[in-house]
Design a protein around this ligand. Sequence first.
Ligand code: NDP
Length: 482
Amino acid sequence: MLKLQNYINGKLVAPQNKQYIDNYNPATGAVYSLIPKSNKKDLEKAVEAAENAFLSWKNTPQEDRSNILLRIADLIEKDLHSLASAESFDNGKPVSLATKMDIPRAAQNFRFYATAALHNHTNTYQTDENILNYTLREPLGVVGCISPWNLPLYLFTWKIAPALASGNCVIAKPSEITPYTAFLLSKICIKAGLPAGVLNIVHGLGSEIGAEIVAHPQIKAISFTGGTQTGANIARVAAPMFKKLSLELGGKNPTIIFADADYQKALTGAVKAAFTNQGQICLCGSRIFIEKIIYEKFKKDFVEEVKKLIPASPASVNTNFGAVVSKEHLEKIISYVEIAKSEGGKILCGGTQTHPKGFENGYFFQPTVIEGLAYDCRTNQEEIFGAIATIQPFETEEEVLKYANSVRYGLSASLWTENNSRVQRMSKGLASGIVWVNCWLIRDLRTPFGGVKDSGMGREGGFEALNFFTEEKNICIYSTNV
Ligand code: NDP
């Protein structure tokens, strides 16, 4: 059986305790590899390696650092198909999605930050004739990056790339549920000539090695993407240690469709927003609000479109709907169908586990649409994070804003209308970090990314991430005889 290894001090190594965790293929339900169950001892080795590498990496000319990161991007692109297959196998997502989205984006993350760092700048302030202030941005040292299972390599590299580009050394942990492409990235980094210790990848359980990373005194910052509860636990440990924290957390996002929208585009967009990656994207629009005068027609067309998403082998290029990530997650999703029913919801399609031919033991769930629920019931308030969308009618902007903003989360919103004044009013009124108008999931890596309320703290993307991974220092020079 394939045994994944940690990547510490430039080498692939076994965990010191020789203990491993089973890694499942969600499409078959079978264990296909073992991953290190790392502990504090592995972390100490990783931190030691990172500390030893730091001065040299920090002092490496920016252009040389960038070139190494660009080589990593090139190698990811070169391995596109094998990485996409690995991601699909490990996560259950359709290989077509991994090929189109996850892996290209992982390469873009490295390419973007390799070049963004070349264009970063600091400030000067001429206070008066004799006094000049200028600022320096210095890397923090050793930093921690912890990422979730839904977009494994995509989000892992989204954190690592800016941290490395700005001169930090990194201890990174992928989700134990989807560790495979992070392991393959270790091999790519070795091939690209990344100096030993600059990036260290430790595998294992969030509650064990993840918690150790957060609590380690030499790790100066934590960039975390994952659930809101985990984010709160991390903040509880890291805040009193005065670590810098970036928390990208859960979402329960609204899709709002007005009668004046381009109907066909709104329909296609709403399906995509609700069900891409089996609904397992923090940005998915799982609460769909439709203006009352088009509600019945939209409902019928929406359900018809959703029925075209057929759970099937993730490895087949024609598959448009894969497996959900794990047995536990499948059970959680199913439990929400029961909750929705008990709250008066009517299941319009889906609602059950399914067993595609040849995948009888896999974790497949029918894409599900539910109507008839109150905006403030549990199904509409709690993050399910998979393959369930609710639809509800509304009559006025005020009403739909009340519904949309009623949740504890505030990550993204998607708005469909051709009325520009409405766009401006609604965009101001929506409590979320991102508002997509007549689109969904268009990402320009220069834009700030993050949520409000319980969706997190801080912004990633663009120079925000480079700033997060650096500390600004002010230098004030007083000169006589100027
Ligand atoms: P979790 O919060 O369970 O886990 C995220 C990561 O944190 C994993 O690597 C996990 O390890 C690790 N972890 C778990 N407990 C701890 C701990 N105490 N200390 C340190 N690390 C820990 O989230 P999921 O992986 O289940 O991901 C789904 C969640 O992520 C959803 O809520 C989703 O909305 C959110 N998300 C947010 C995004 C955003 O940008 N705002 C983007 C994508 C997802 P392990 O898996 O090994 O337990």
